[in-house]
Design a protein. Structure first.
Length: 146
């Protein structure tokens, strides 16, 4: 075990027995399709849709792309439903649910004006990349909803 302290930062680590899991398969090599979208506009859509999700454990929103329209929805039984729509240039169809909290945290790390959102499948992770840099990749895991 090791503990390092630098002014007000405390870093702690410990050695775990066994081999480190293979992380090469976490980020998919192939995607179904990509969507390029203004980061600020997408972030604001996710933020507004998450307003109904004030519960820490229940911050699920649904993104649907159909007929060149991106739609984000969120629902609360007690309050109602939020629906955000944006016209995009994408003829593909997909519907996927994810954590609004994790999506917003990933979007905050993107420094470019546009973000590339790559879809692998409805029950596969969403990849976020900067429009001019493939070095930074955000991985958002889907949440199964019924």
């Amino acid at each position: 075990k090791i503990i390092c302290r630098f002014s007000n930062i405390l870093f702690q680590s410990r050695l775990i027995n066994g081999s480190y899991p293979n992380t090469k398969n976490l980020i998919p090599n192939e995607t179904l399709f990509d969507v390029k979208i203004n980061k600020r506009e997408f972030y604001n859509m996710v933020d507004r849709a998450s307003i109904l999700n004030n519960d820490r454990d229940n911050n699920v929103i649904t993104l649907e792309i159909k007929n060149n329209l991106l739609k984000i929805t969120s629902m609360s039984l007690e309050i109602g439903k939020v629906e955000e729509k944006l016209a995009i240039n994408c003829s593909e169809n997909i519907k996927i649910s994810f954590s609004s909290k994790y999506m917003m945290e990933a979007l905050r790390t993107i420094t470019t004006e546009d973000v590339i959102i790559s879809f692998v499948g409805e029950i596969k992770p969403i990849l976020l990349k900067e429009s001019n840099n493939d070095d930074l990749v955000g991985l958002i895991l889907p949440i199964r909803t019924y």
